[in-house]
Ligand binder design. Structure first.
Ligand code: GLC
Ligand code: GLC
Length: 812
């Protein structure tokens, strides 16, 4: 039975509408797309930060708390006569709302509700160009009589450094500082010492009262669901010295029947000049940010420009296929998720606490593939930042910190796949933009002045790094791990207090990765194309030779008979082979070797894909490996630490599924490719929300595999490489529209029962209107411009001045 219990897609408005607050997990959205960000759940839970979720956290959130999803952008409405109160966003009071709706849109969230004939609607947005968030409350009285209401706002400030905030109580119970000026609450903890930034929380109305000390607001031993101040209807006008600063405004409101009113709250971040951050005595100029006048018209304008911003980004690629799930993911949610993932890497989500990880070298280089077409200039900046954390050896820091942009020493380098992803992101940038000048940009190594070399040399270093580190089978040495962070073949750890990745007690001269071998060939092929663009034809010879040698090594030592081997361990034994008891087959080398073109001619690709289908594919997606490891193996590391069916140990680790879709498309299996696409497509899984549990509009990192008791349950939604790769798989390979150096290439490999599709793609300033018609059941496509067939599948760049092209494609 098709019961959509929690909500529905509103494609027209590009929103997902949640119709009951008690979703299986908090279903979240993001506010902000520049420097000020927040996560917001369907019941207004979440937190805000400026640039860095760890070091500049504005508000508190309590991860893994009960009830779930606590800490947020809360309001209380109190009927002063009946002495009754509720939260219009359900949390924190969880009162029985008569109506509830949450609209998660692109960069905003609107939560509305009805309670005893009082209608309330709150729109939360972060306007472009400002470091603040707006809560726009519209409230209407549907009763026959007038009503006397109190509105209380409430946020809890974080003392900036989110780690200290949750650990260093002996200090931070003393440091909290607040100032209140003209009804604006300024959070200024540590401003008197080394900080030059503060937060402010302002309200459009004149206040009945306020509170800034948490205990005064809640009352001792009370929780957020029944603060004493709200219960009594009386703010205490408390001023926080130490302990836990909060911000709460109290507004009184009389509403006649049918009367409505708007109240606007602003939470913002402000920085002053370090050398000039204090006011001369007796003035209030510098250290108070004059809160900008925000009235409903300004909010409307901010909202319109936010919509504009997203519409422009989403217009770059638009499709109309026979499949609604494809359309809505490609046109709306997938590019949206890619942009969010680009901005936040893996830092802040419901599953990522904002304090643990920096920007991943491998992660961001892959993320780039999926947002490049929308914001190429920002892509360029990020490529250069990433490249600057490469080491002179050609290796790369595994992560860097967003505020300093410096490599993270704790985690270090030697994840041997890392440097190769840079080659892929740069080549994607070049194809998208044609801007070869990026190759000449001087970029430091390890962020050290004086080490600058052209970006082009960085790519060479990346390839050289792999080439110089081959093992006994001439396959690349794996280092601490390759793409699979949990296959730790040189870190024998028998102590739970050690890290799986950084404990390194084997020499690392034996364990090899067939996955890196495939990736190496893919990167070499891209690099050779780059050399051709630079007219350095002589140089291609060397790299062709490397690619051929690696190809032979894979065919010789990396082929298991029915599929590609995954790796060789520290003792030279195979991983991912029929010879193994557990972990006989892994998805990663099947995907990447075929994507690199290995074994296609020999028929190995078809065989490997058949094995994937019979051994790894499930109705919920393709599992990472089978059978999963039933116990911990010290020579395999973290992968075997997870219970079977979870995470890298045999879950459907969604990031890897699109590699198989691409491989299937490359060998011409459109039905199979799209079938796999649909299995993990969140929109297509909406009808099984009770099983899937994560948001139906967003990809999750993993779905529990068949060996898990919760088969089909998703986790780790939002910040995952899954987003980028799915968009690439469906747009570039299934729909077959991909940028090349010579023009836009179109060669769809779509399901047999599709009559065709339409698409528009803006590429290098030209808008291509593409109309595809299936006239046969194969995959051969013929391209027509003005009814004239062109040769091949690449539309040559039109002469300058032409910014629209109409292309007809017939598939026979
Ligand atoms: C996580 C990491 C990514 C890694 C993957 C598989 O998603 O962010 O870098 O490739 O796990 O271990
Ligand atoms: C854990 C996770 C893996 C992730 C890694 C990042 O090992 O299982 O998915 O890539 O942490 O550090």
């Amino acid at each position: 039975m098709n019961i959509l219990k929690y909500g529905y897609f509103d494609d027209e408005n590009k929103e997902y509408v949640i119709t009951r607050p008690d979703t299986p997990l908090p279903w979240i959205n993001y506010l902000g797309c520049e420097s000020y960000f927040g996560i917001i759940s369907n019941t207004a839970g979440g937190y805000s930060f400026y640039k860095d979720a760890r070091l500049r956290r504005l508000t508190r959130y309590r991860y893994n708390n009960v009830p779930t999803d606590f800490g947020g952008r809360y309001l209380y409405i109190r009927d002063n006569k009946k002495k009754e109160f509720w939260s219009p966003t359900w949390q924190p009071t969880r009162s029985k709302l008569e109506q509830y709706k949450c609209r998660h849109g692109l960069g905003y969230t609107i939560i509305s509700s009805f309670y005893k004939k009082i209608e309330a609607k709150i729109r939360y947005i972060v306007p472009l160009g400002d470091n603040l968030e707006i809560w726009q409350l519209s409230i209407k009285n549907h009763r026959k009589n007038s009503v006397d209401l109190s509105i209380f706002s409430c946020i809890e400030f974080c003392l900036w450094n989110a780690i200290d905030d949750s650990a260093n109580f002996q200090r931070n119970f003393n440091t909290g500082e607040i100032e209140i000026e003209d009804g604006v609450i300024y959070h200024k903890t540590e401003y008197r010492e080394r900080r030059n930034h503060f937060a402010f929380f302002a309200c459009s109305e004149s206040l009945e009262g306020f509170d800034t000390q948490r205990e005064n607001f809640l009352g001792s031993y009370r929780g957020w669901e029944n603060p004493i101040v709200v219960e009594s209807g009386q703010s205490s006008n408390s001023n926080a010295f130490g302990w836990s600063p909060i911000g709460s405004h109290h507004i009184n409101l009389i509403l006649n029947p049918n009367e409505s009113k708007q109240i606007i709250l602003i939470l913002g971040y402000h920085e002053n000049n370090v050398d000039n951050k204090f006011d001369p005595i007796g003035t209030q100029k510098i250290n108070k940010k004059t809160v900008k006048e925000v009235n409903p018209i300004n909010v409307e304008k901010a909202f319109a420009s936010l919509n504009n911003y997203w519409n422009n980004l989403l217009n770059i690629f638009h499709v109309n296929t026979p499949d609604i799930h494809t359309n809505r993911m490609v046109n709306i949610w997938n590019p949206y998720q890619n942009m969010i993932t680009f901005k936040l890497s893996r830092s802040a989500s419901f599953f990522e606490s904002g304090i643990s990880r920096g920007i991943g070298f491998r992660d961001s280089n892959q993320d780039l593939l999926g947002f490049m077409h929308m914001v190429p200039t920002e892509a360029k900046k990020q490529i250069l930042d990433l490249a600057a954390t490469q080491l002179i050896t050609g290796g790369a820091y595994h992560q860097y910190q967003p505020l300093t942009k410096k490599g993270n020493q704790d985690i270090g380098s030697e994840f041997n796949d890392d440097p190769l992803w840079l080659v892929l992101s740069v080549s994607a940038y070049l194809k998208e933009t044609g801007d070869l000048s990026i190759l000449d940009e001087l970029v430091q190594f390890n962020n050290e002045p004086g080490t600058e070399q052209p970006l082009f040399n960085h790519l060479q270093c990346s390839l050289q790094y792999i080439h110089d580190r081959l093992g006994p089978h001439d396959l690349p040495l794996i280092g601490r791990a390759d793409w699979n962070d949990c296959l730790n073949l040189n870190c024998f750890s028998d102590n739970p207090d050690q890290s799986f990745q950084t404990t390194k007690n084997k020499e690392g001269k034996v364990a090899e990765s067939v996955f890196i071998a495939g990736l190496f060939i893919a990167a070499l092929k891209e690099f050779i194309k780059i050399l051709k663009q630079k007219n350095s034809l002589d140089e291609t010879k060397l790299y062709l030779e490397w690619a051929e040698n690696m190809n032979s090594a894979i065919l010789k030592y990396g082929w298991d008979g029915e599929w590609f081997v995954r790796a060789y361990d520290n003792f030279g034994n195979k991983i991912g082979s029929h010879e193994c008891e557990e972990g006989q087959i892994f998805i990663e080398p099947q995907g990447y070797c075929i994507m690199a073109g290995v074994g296609i001619e020999e028929g190995f690709a078809e065989k490997a894909l058949n094995s994937v289908k019979s051994k790894l594919a499930t109705p919920h997606g393709i599992m990472l490996c089978q059978p999963p490891y039933s116990q911990y193996y010290i020579h395999l590391g973290e992968i075997s630490s997870y219970p079977p069916g979870y995470k890298e140990n045999g879950s459907i680790f969604c990031h890897t599924n699109p590699w198989i879709m691409i491989a299937e498309a490359m060998v011409g299996h459109g039905d199979q490719a799209h079938d796999y696409y649909t299995r993990i497509n969140p929109s297509a899984r909406e009808t099984i929300s009770e099983v899937h549990r994560c948001e139906p509009y967003i990809y999750a990192q993993m779905i529990a595999g068949k060996d898990a008791p919760t088969f089909g349950e998703a986790k780790n939604s939002w910040l995952t490489g899954t987003a980028t790769w799915n968009l690439i798989a469906v747009t570039n390979w299934i729909l077959g529209i991909r940028p090349t150096y010579n023009g836009l290439s179109i060669s769809p490999v779509i399901p047999k029962n599709w009559s065709g599709f339409k698409a528009t793609r803006i590429f290098r300033g030209v808008k291509y209107h593409i109309s595809v018609e299936r006239i046969g059941t194969g995959n051969r496509s013929m391209l027509y411009i003005n009814e004239k067939q062109i040769e091949g599948n690449i539309i040559p760049f039109p002469p300058s001045g032409i910014n629209e092209m109409f292309i007809d494609v017939k598939i026979t």
